[in-house]
Design a protein around this ligand. Structure first.
Ligand code: C2E
Ligand code: MG
Ligand code: MG
Ligand code: MG
Length: 288
């Protein structure tokens, strides 16, 4: 910042802190205009069945290329959207786009969509999502909502209302980042779940940590015992895949198969899957 700038004479923050605050203000301002211009868009990461070795669905992951600030990751802008109350507008916008993108897919793949605990405090959320499903013509039976353990810890009745309403409409519920939160087993059981997603932090240490292997095997045993589907997140190599398959994990996601791609990249991804055969095994790396 230039010397003589009025604010530099009354500097309450350390320079680093000052930068941080300024950047945050810039992001917030740009976020407002990005939402107004509808330029934040979902990309899609394939979800692969570890039983059939085929793509069975896609997870929508928000991507924002700001004209002025460059690439801003969702781990940065989603929390800011939450704190500023912009998350409802952003979430609805992303959901509408994802549903309409998904209706153009050549097969009835499932669509996984992330909903944060802050979004679940809004008891009208479920009705808005269902009306977007109706408007776009995307079947609720192909939709899976991903929520995290914190949604269970927060004792707001709204989360339960929203989740129950969606389930009644035929939407499946997945527990994201499992193993990183603080929900008790009884809290988890008080919600009816369809799927557990094993957090990447366990998957990435399967090769070098006995603890991770024991935890992953225990989670798979627990989930299978309750009849839940299991998805391992962040599979990056063959060794991790082999361990997961041999311990009964049913689905996987990760760079071994493919990172998230823009909507327009899905046909090429599916062509490659068709020509290279099963995406796991030797064909896997070529999908990447
Ligand atoms: P998540 O839902 O747990 O998504 C998985 C994250 O892992 C994604 O990061 C994905 O790009 C990344 N990933 C996938 N495979 C691999 C891999 O093999 N290796 C590594 N290192 N990473 C992998 P991303 O897209 O940056 O999203 C971060 C988080 O932001 C998401 O975590 C989710 O909690 C949140 N998020 C993203 N999009 C949305 C959205 O539309 N709405 C809400 N509420 N949250 C979102
Ligand atoms: Mg997710
Ligand atoms: Mg996750
Ligand atoms: Mg996450």
């Amino acid at each position: 910042r230039a010397q003589g700038d009025g604010r530099s004479r009354v500097r309450f923050f350390e320079p680093d802190m000052d930068m941080h605050v300024e950047r945050r203000i810039n992001i917030e301002r740009e976020l407002r205009s990005a939402i107004a211009a509808d330029i934040i868009e979902p990309h899609y990461q394939p979800v692969v069945s570890l039983v059939s070795n085929r793509i069975v669905g896609f997870e929508a992951l928000a991507r924002w290329e700001s004209r002025t600030l460059g690439h801003i990751p969702p781990d940065v802008f989603i929390p800011i959207a939450e704190e500023t109350g912009l998350i409802n507008a952003l979430g609805d916008q992303l959901f509408r786009r994802a549903c309409s993108d998904a209706t153009a897919w050549p097969k009835a793949f499932s669509l996984a969509f992330n909903i944060s605990p802050v979004q679940l405090r809004d008891s009208a959320l479920g009705e808005r999502l269902i009306s977007i499903l109706e408007q776009t013509g995307f079947s609720p039976h192909r939709l899976e909502i991903e929520i995290t353990e914190s949604a269970f810890v927060e004792r707001s009745g709204a989360a339960k209302t929203v989740i129950d309403g969606l389930r009644q409409a035929g939407v499946r519920i997945a527990l994201d980042d499992f193993g990183t939160g603080y929900a008790t087993l009884s809290q988890l059981l008080s919600f009816r779940l369809d799927k557990i997603k094993i957090d990447r932090s366990f998957v990435s240490h399967l090769d070098d940590s006995t603890d991770s292997r024991v935890i992953v095997r225990a989670i798979l045993g627990l989930a299978n015992g309750f009849g839940l589907t299991t998805t391992a997140e962040g599979i990056e190599d063959e060794g991790q895949l082999v361990y997961l398959v041999s311990n009964g994990c049913t689905e996987g996601q990760g760079y071994l198969f493919s990172g998230p791609v823009p909507a327009a990249g899905i046909p090429a991804l599916l062509d490659r899957e068709a020509s290279d055969g099963p995406v796991t095994g030797d064909g896997a790396r070529s999908l990447h």
